[in-house]
Design a protein around this ligand. Structure first.
Ligand code: FUL
Length: 500
């Protein structure tokens, strides 16, 4: 990193780029920006694993809710559904993968078994599965088709296995745990690399339970012996990310509308979390003093329900609604999980495809052009009347960052750029070092006057700020609250798509 700024400045001076930008930069250099090295800062105690960083960088992933419910028009099956009802006529997992890809999603998660207990793969441990359906004359395996389609189209694979099983006669007894783990083992050892396993928090209650038709209540803290179940999962899939409302790798955001808290910390106190019984408002905000990094995941369906219902064909979220959700999930430091439920043909409906691809187009139109370009901008920290280079925040390299010279606050960094109009601001912290910032203000400069336009709290992996359009030739970020020396890895300014 040492001489990066000098090198880039030379390249700039000799390349003879636009005159206004050159004048700006020239002026900035003459006003004495110290040609600085990046200050390498020590990571916090609570940081993401390298695997979690890669996971967070996916930003958007998809859910496929598809099972017997699709054919009974229900959201939760009771467990006594006849497997012969499962009969998709044009089943095409590749259509799911292609759709997801066109929407910018990087991974899909399939409901291999939902609460009703019906298995989309021919499990050896139950007859309540696809092997007793007419689908491919009982020789089908939707999990395998799904996994192959995802791989073919470059998507990561996730599987949902409901801990609650309203079909199994032993649910609620110790024997069921053996069954549950057997099924986990099948899914995690027979289908190659699985990037995520999704454990739903819904648990216990009434069900068919092998003809018993009764209410079964479990002790959420002890029943699944999660500690050992998790160990087994890691043994079968060392790099997998485990989702539940309490992590350990990825956690529920506390609602099913896809919104992270306006203030959102990736860290959380893991001791206070119980899978299936965590406080949704705590999950929604996280905890600056948390002892574990558990990525927030915002799950939301593109339709009112999680499973396909013809009656909801006209109720698919609009692309603009999806964009709003994007800002409130990815734009608040979380990962967005959008559900796309296939219909009885086994295909994602055209209305859902249209909404998703329009959504993606709006995002591309907005974020394809960053008005902060390294060649035409200058970034510096302003500290005790001195200016230090802050180029690490505008060089589009997620590995580099600007770290403040002093640990005391406020820390202030300024970017100067050719005058432009923008209405979206992107801020990123280098999360490999932790999440630090808790309060900041943004000012813009227009005709030599600074004006405050925004006050915010957390940033984390990504913060997207929506504003009315402003015209400016400078932006100042003043950080007034943080729990450690502050650093910013990336800043962007954008003009939103007219279709938003
Ligand atoms: C919930 C389930 O009960 C819903 O059916 C759905 O699967 C959703 C993603 O999680 O807890």
């Amino acid at each position: 990193m040492a001489d990066i700024r000098g090198r880039k400045f030379n390249r700039f001076f000799f390349s003879g780029l636009i005159v206004t930008a050159a004048l700006l930069l020239d002026d900035a250099c003459n006003t004495g920006i110290t040609d600085g090295q990046q200050i390498d800062i020590t990571p916090d105690k609570v940081i993401p694993s390298a695997n979690q960083v890669v996971y967070q960088q996916m930003e958007m992933i998809g859910f496929i809710h598809f099972t017997i419910n699709t054919f009974t028009d229900r959201e939760w099956g009771c467990g006594n559904e006849d497997p012969r009802l499962f009969d998709p006529t044009q089943m095409d997992a590749e259509q799911w993968a292609v759709t997801a890809k066109s929407g910018g999603l990087k991974q899909l998660i399939l409901t291999a078994k939902h609460h009703d207990g019906f298995c989309l793969w021919p499990s050896r441990f139950t007859n309540h599965s696809i092997k007793n359906s007419p689908y491919r004359n009982g020789h089908g395996d939707v999990v395998r088709e799904f996994v192959q389609a995802c791989r073919k189209h470059g998507l990561k694979v996730g599987l949902y296995l409901s801990p609650w099983d309203r079909n199994h006669r032993d649910y609620g007894k110790p024997e069921y745990l053996v069954y549950f783990r057997n099924q986990l083992q099948e899914l995690l050892t027979q289908y190659g690399e699985i990037n995520e396993i999704w454990f739903d928090g819904s648990n216990g209650g009434d069900g068919y339970y092998g003809d018993a038709n009764e209410v079964r209540v479990i002790d959420r803290e002890t029943y699944y012996d999660w500690e050992n179940t998790i160990q087994l999962v890691r043994q079968w899939q060392p790099d997998i990310k485990i989702f539940s409302d309490a992590g350990p790798d990825v956690r529920w955001i506390g609602n099913e509308q896809g919104f992270a808290g306006e203030t959102f910390w990736s860290a959380i106190h893991s001791d206070s979390l119980v899978i299936g019984a965590s406080d949704p408002s705590y999950l929604n905000k996280g905890d600056p003093d948390g002892n574990a990094w558990i990525i927030g995941q915002c799950d939301v369906s593109i339709r009112p329900g999680w499973f396909y219902h013809t009656s909801e064909d006209s109720l698919v979220k609009t692309s603009r609604e999806l964009v709003d959700i994007y800002y409130k999930s990815v734009g608040r430091n979380a990962v967005l999980l959008i559900n796309l439920p296939p219909d009885r043909r086994g295909l994602i409906h055209v209305n859902d495809i249209k909404a998703l691809t329009d959504f993606r187009e709006i995002l591309d139109e907005t974020f394809d052009t960053n008005l902060v370009r390294e060649e035409s901008c200058v970034a510096y920290e302003y500290q005790d009347d001195r200016k230090y280079s802050a180029e690490g925040a505008i060089d589009n390299d997620p590995g580099s960052y600007w770290a403040a010279h002093a640990t005391e606050l406020p820390a202030e960094m300024i970017i100067e750029f050719p005058e432009c109009v923008f209405d979206r601001i992107l801020l990123q912290e280098p999360i490999q070092l932790g999440q630090r910032i808790s309060r900041y203000k943004i000012f813009i400069q227009h005709r030599n006057k600074w004006q405050e336009i925004y006050q915010g709290t957390t940033i984390g992996y990504k913060r997207l700020i929506r504003l009315e359009p402003v015209r400016a030739s400078g932006m100042k970020l003043t950080i007034t609250g943080a729990n450690n020396r502050v650093a910013i890895s990336n800043i962007g300014l954008y003009k939103s798509s007219e279709n938003e």
